[in-house]
Design a binder for this molecule. Sequence first.
Ligand code: SF4
Ligand code: FES
Length: 250
Amino acid sequence: MNLTLYVWRQANAKAPGKMERYETKGISPDMSFLEMLDVTNEQLIKQGIEPIVFDHDCREGICGMCSQVINGVPHGPEELVTVCQLHMRRFNDGDTIFIEPWRSKAFPIEKDLMVDRGAFDRIMQAYGYTSITCGGAPDANDHPIPKWQLDRAMDAAECIGCGACVAACPNASGMLFTAAKVAHLNMLPQGKPEGARRVKAMIAAHDLEGFGNCTNHYECEAACPKGVKTAFISYLNKELIKALPKGAQD
Ligand code: SF4
Ligand code: FES
């Protein structure tokens, strides 16, 4: 396949950026989107052009690093996949593809397609953990819970912190991420004792980072490569109402 790429090039967070046009040749339909960028970079280096900077780590849909907006859609045209799992067979020979970074004040651009998602780490540092000392590894059935409860917590734990929900949201809200992280702890017995403190701390950290609020556009759910549902945002709101003192809930 031969393709025309328009790629966002930007030296750093403060420098002005612009779309650059590149022709890339000899792309196999079996390549992943990131392998296509690897081949493109080899071609650019041969032409004396600085290669495109983009983030990646696992290339298995686990780490959440491969943050790119492809033809206007976070993670591209395939549902429920990350960019590293998107294959070139999804495109046609001769296609033009536009590639941009996540766009959000809370995710400053480091270079080209790479953004700084440290804001998510700081939300996790606020209370995305349990601090209860529980000794050695507990036996598997120490805390019997119903299967539906376990399944819900696991659905929330699917979140890989990629940031597509923020990139897709017109408010650049990080609520789906924050909700998933609160839910997967608060829904389990080990996380419940600190649940009220957790939800308040993580929402405060979310707001401090400059993410917007949720106004029910559902774009986050549509963009999420792991199928995390906005029902967790409802859960987050309920947890917050329960955590607030009486009177502050109105
Ligand atoms: S909720 Fe989905 S889109 Fe948002 S960070 Fe988690 S995995 Fe990515
Ligand atoms: S590179 Fe890890 S999820 Fe894509």
